[in-house]
Ligand binder design. Structure first.
Ligand code: SF4
Length: 219
């Protein structure tokens, strides 16, 4: 980001609508702040709703907030978020300008455990609203829990990643979905060698970038 511009000014300069200026998403964020639909609401510091561009054609969905996200109230801002940003930038995607970033659950699971099926189901209506309002063409699912929470598909991310799926029904109808390794897994597996998780993810992100260009059509 330009060091001379504050975040909102940078957003305006890039044609990005600041999240708090989108009335429907601002209302959703405010409704989420009051949510106590599941037990995660009792232990959170902040409800972590989203960051990025509400008009983006790409949505990134992760599992849930970690400690730093809970503290700052923003998704993917810790070490794994920084890695995700770098990897997206390497294929020409700026996470705050070109994507809308959120999670399956909006409150931090204690000890960073995986959210339960009940917690994911309780939070799902918020996510469905976000998808409907942002209306992304492509959704990047970071990690197996994001795939399970959104598509109900359980399984190892090693098998699921890199394969396009087309959303069917409800908020997903007609959207393209791409599962990738969660960036926290990539932090634990830093090798960039051919065939390593990081190398594969870079190729998956290139594929996503190509799909976005293809869907945009001729300018
Ligand atoms: S995780 Fe979702 S459903 Fe549970 S309290 Fe937080 S916002 Fe509400």
């Amino acid at each position: 980001m330009s060091e001379l511009l504050s975040a909102p000014l940078f957003a305006q300069a890039q044609g990005v609508v600041p999240l708090d200026r989108d009335p429907a998403l601002a209302q959703l964020a405010s409704d989420c702040q009051a949510c106590r639909r599941c037990s995660l609401g009792a232990s959170r510091l902040n409800v972590v709703v989203s960051r990025g561009n509400p008009r983006a054609r790409l949505m990134v969905i992760g599992e849930g907030p970690g400690a730093q996200e809970d503290e700052l109230g923003q998704p993917f801002v810790g070490r794994s978020g920084q890695l995700l940003d770098l990897m997206l930038e390497s294929v020409g995607i700026h996470s705050n300008r070109d994507a809308y970033v959120c999670n399956i659950v909006k409150c931090r699971p204690p000890e960073n455990r995986k959210p339960t099926a009940l917690e994911m189901a309780a939070c799902r209506p918020w996510l469905d609203q976000q998808i409907a309002l942002v209306d992304p063409q492509v959704i990047l699912l970071a990690g197996a829990t994001a795939v399970e929470g959104l598509l109900g598909i359980k399984g190892g991310i090693t098998k699921l990643r890199g394969q396009w799926r087309q959303g069917e029904g409800g908020s997903l109808e007609g959207r393209w979905l791409m599962p990738i390794f969660h960036p926290s897994y990539l932090l634990r597996n830093p090798s960039k060698e051919r065939g390593a998780p990081k190398w594969l993810t870079w190729h998956d992100l290139q594929d996503v970038q190509r799909r976005l260009v293809q869907l945009q059509g001729p300018s």
